[in-house]
Design a protein around this ligand. Structure first.
Ligand SMILES: Nc1ncnc2c1ncn2[C@@H]1O[C@H](COP(=O)(O)OP(=O)(O)OP(=O)(O)O)[C@@H](O)[C@H]1O
Length: 262
């Protein structure tokens, strides 16, 4: 279980997290949504110990990772698999080498064993037998799958996905969502997914946390999200980004009229 408690983070003058609290239960898929720049990635980075909070803390299975030593954090991170937005593959290495990199660095396994695990993980992401390819030979969707196979290599308990479907066409996005769903079921991992993509929310989320103005504004199941009558939630869900601009424009116009009257 991951417990985020009253997390605050400021960059220069900008308060990005203003007291975020969130519990992610073992085995669930939590999807974090919110408008661009609202702090989703910053929250995710705190959860994996890449950022240190100004206030508050993050507990992973009861251990506070916020102030941990590097060595202790390294041990906790062995529970994590991370799929970053860009998939972050090394272009000079083959697919097989990319997937096996953590096993080579940490586990000190014999090469034959590493090859076996790499083949198994590539099969899990439906890319069997692609070990010899170079990342430059892959499509965007395939790169994400390889990134996911690499995240799975060390048998993580928690998988973090940062915008897993961004930049992919709808069919490719859907197949990545299916994969997230299948892995969550078959491996019983806890998944944390940051996304803008409402199709993904509908497909994979057990619960949804929507961030707004540095806090968790909505927390509930995907059905509750769909049925919410809250204007800010509705705006996001219906992708009605223009409405905010219209409201702001309208308020600006009204305040001008008000000034003239005075
Ligand atoms: N290391 C940093 N230094 C300074 N500012 C940062 C840093 N990391 C993030 N920010 C700022 O924090 C805010 C939130 O960024 P974040 O990447 O978490 O947004 P996001 O919700 O993930 O957006 P998107 O959906 O566009 O990826 C932004 O204004 C960003 O510029």
């Amino acid at each position: 279980m991951i417990e985020v408690q009253n997390l605050k983070k400021q960059f220069r003058q900008k308060e990005v997290l203003r007291g975020v609290s969130l519990e992610i239960k073992t085995g669930e898929t939590m999807v974090i949504i919110g408008r661009s720049g609202c702090g989703k990635s910053v929250l995710l980075k705190h959860m994996v110990g890449l950022l240190v909070p100004d206030e508050g803390r993050v507990l992973v299975d009861g251990e506070d990772i916020s102030q941990m030593s590097k060595a202790a954090l390294y041990r906790v991170r062995e529970k994590f698999g991370m799929l970053f937005q860009s998939a972050a593959l090394f272009d000079s290495m083959t697919v097989g080498e990319n997937v096996g990199i953590a096993l080579k660095e940490n586990a000190q396994l014999p090469n034959k064993e590493i090859e076996k695990i790499v083949a198994e993980k590539l099969a899990m992401v439906e890319l069997p037998g692609t070990e010899h390819l170079k990342p430059s030979e892959l499509s965007g969707g395939m790169r994400k799958r390889v990134g996911l196979a690499r995240a799975l290599a060390t048998n993580p308990q928690y998988i973090f996905y940062d915008e897993p479907t961004t930049g992919l066409d709808p069919i490719m996005s859907d197949s990545i969502d299916s994969l997230i769903l299948n892995l969550a079921k078959s491996l019983q991992v806890t998944s944390i997914v940051v996304t803008h993509d409402m199709q993904s929310v509908d497909k994979v989320a057990d619960r949804v946390a929507m961030m707004h103005e540095g806090r968790i504004y909505f927390l509930g199941t995907r059905q509750e999200l769909r049925h919410s009558r809250d204007v800010i939630v509705r705006n996001f869900v219906e992708r009605n980004a223009y409405q905010d601009v219209e409201i702001e424009g309208e308020l600006g116009r009204l305040s001008q009229i008000d000034k003239k009257k005075r």
